[in-house]
Write a protein that binds this ligand. Structure first.
Ligand code: SAH
Length: 275
């Protein structure tokens, strides 16, 4: 089991890619290939992330991700620079290190480069006024980023099946730059089984799934707008980050972006039992 300390991590199933990268750096094909490997192994990483105040450290993290080509667009840099990651990690947890962190309930907050990768893949579908769904919203970090990107005329919806995480994610968002959007109602987080999507605000231009599904849930495909894009890790032990696109005529295409390792998209009971 993963107990929150990646030095003592022994279960190969439960996490997304950076633990794997740090624990077994030979797995070069895992996830973001070269840029990820460079980020994980760079001494710059720790030096830069640990210097300065929180806001400066968040900025340094974003600059680092830009430097290594994970963040490619100004908009993604701006949004990740505006939403301070420290507000979303548990107290006492290093916020800006490029690794996932345990958040309780056998869940993790994804690593910064994974958040950046997904934001980047979805950026075109997160234009002002668009609708975005974040399945397995956990800490609420990405939901908050989505909300800033789609703005007050858009809609950012988080769905998470652990009620305590929904409550804490709302508290996190209330402290962040996305708080006004939560208050005004363009951002919302709901308790639910994300495999069913969230029909109330469908169809979605962008769907992000933060946990690995054995196969792509049909309700999520149904709730994707023509012209929409979904990013979803698919698999069990071996997982691919899939990019699913629905064309204007409704046909679906799926491609693999990279190999990843996420916690499973599963039932609440299975997750609380430890899978
Ligand atoms: N992206 C989030 C959390 C990633 S961990 C972040 O970075 O903070 C994956 C999350 O998916 C966990 O919070 C877990 O509780 C949730 N999850 C797993 N299966 C789910 C399901 N069927 N429905 C809703 N949420 C689910």
């Amino acid at each position: 089991m993963f107990n929150g300390d990646f030095q003592t991590y022994t279960c190969p199933v439960a996490l997304d890619p950076q633990i794997q990268l740090i624990a077994t750096p030979k797995v070069e094909a895992m996830h973001d290939e070269k840029s990820t490997m460079r980020i994980s192994s760079s001494s710059l990483l720790t030096e830069r992330y640990w210097a300065g105040s929180g806001v400066n450290k968040n900025k340094a993290m974003v600059e680092h991700l830009e430097h290594y080509g994970v963040i490619k667009s100004k908009k993604v840099a701006e949004v990740m620079g505006t939403i301070d990651r420290a507000l979303f990690v548990p107290d006492g947890t290093p916020a800006y290190v490029d690794t996932p962190m345990a958040i309780g309930y056998n869940a993790t907050i994804s690593a910064p480069h994974m958040h950046a990768t997904c934001l980047q893949l979805l950026a075109e579908n997160l234009q002002p006024g668009m609708h975005a769904l974040d399945v397995g919203s956990g800490t609420g970090y990405l939901t908050a980023c989505f909300a800033l990107m789609v703005g007050p005329q858009g809609r950012a919806v988080g769905v998470e099946h652990i009620p305590e995480l929904v409550t804490s994610s709302i508290k996190n968002i209330e402290k962040s730059a996305a708080a006004p959007l939560l208050k005004e109602g363009s951002l919302s987080v709901h308790v639910g089984d994300g495999r069913d999507g969230w029909p109330e605000f469908a169809p979605y231009d962008a769907i992000h799934v933060g946990a690995a599904a054995p196969e792509i849930p049909q309700p999520l495909i149904d709730q994707l707008k023509p012209g929409g894009r979904m990013v979803i890790p698919v698999g069990n032990m071996f997982q691919d980050l899939k990019v699913v696109e629905k064309s204007r005529d409704g046909s679906i295409s799926v491609r693999s972006e990279t190999s990843v390792r996420y916690v499973p998209l599963t039932s609440r009971d299975a997750q609380l039992r430890g899978y």
